[in-house]
Design a protein around this ligand. Sequence first.
Ligand code: AMP
Length: 375
Amino acid sequence: MKIGVLGAGQLGRMLALAGLPLEMSFIFYDTSGAPSVGLGEVIVDKGGSGSELDDFLQQVDIVTYEFEHLPLELTKAIENKKPLHPSSESIRVCQNRTKEKALFKELGIPTAEYRVVNSAKELKSAAEELGCPVVAKSVTEGYDGKGQAVLRDSAEAEAAWTSINHNSLIVESFVDFSRELSIIAARSTSGEVAFYPLAENSHHEGILRYSIAPAPKVLEPIQQQAQEYIKALLNELNHVGILTLELFETTNGLLANEMAPRVHNSGHWSIEGAASSQFENHLRAITGLPLGDTQANKPTCMINIIAEKGNKEAILKLPYAHLHLYGKSERKGRKLGHVTVQADSYEELVWRVKNVASFLPGSPDFISSLTSSKK
Ligand code: AMP
């Protein structure tokens, strides 16, 4: 089975690492001009014009992707030639915050209150109506906290509009969450569904830094609720592959933030932390194989390596740490790798995570429900 992947970064790399033992081979289609995948065959379409696409499609049995901000027309054209999983419908909804929020609403999945605005003036009115603080986000293309601004006062509308620089924004009430969670699920071509346990995520400057799985202190009804939400989305979209749903935990229950139709940074823990990783289950799902076990085998935490690779030797000496480097050069804000840390208890996990983080310069303090009084 030859898998074509749109994109050639670390997610594609980890997909291939999971697929090789299943006798899958991989061809990557890169439009960035700087593929970092480092394995498989890479077709580079430097201008992103699609000029090499036919060559790519001729060679593959099935197409998937590592990034949902793809031109919709392109994905529809691909679909006419080869199976594309998840489909262009999943891309259409997940790449547009307005469509995503409308679907949450339609399915009865609660979200922060929001408005869609098309000018600085409308942004100001929406901020007044919702009550500050509010979060303004570009409707399309946002990721890792890019294309966003928090308005503490409606008088900041003009400046926020200019800084985001998009012609359509979503404005949301600021959610007073106790923590951020995500649920990852796989749905196969046969309709089989499998759920990973909720992960607890902490961000710094808009970038994910730590994911703990299973998220500590999650009551069973919360896990069930998250599963019901993502299952409704999977079925409605007729989604095939991994889907990730990011959630806020509040005193009134879960609120959906956003979703991604792909393997996700908050699921990297599953490479060592579950019998079948999110990468393997994505591949199983899109090729119609039975899904693998998604349970966590131990308390696990993923630490992102951002900007600087840190002390590789020191991390490699630790018996409980697994180092993953993505073959990328150091640069401010860039995801260069991650470390998976496992322990027999959450108490031990905290100590181990802090130890690993001490070898990663620039790592923010490890703040989580395990380390603060906040649940
Ligand atoms: P997003 O790109 O929507 O995932 O937003 C990036 C990060 O901004 C989230 O992970 C939250 O930490 C924060 N954030 C986004 N929306 C809100 C909101 N409505 N209220 C509070 N924090 C938010």
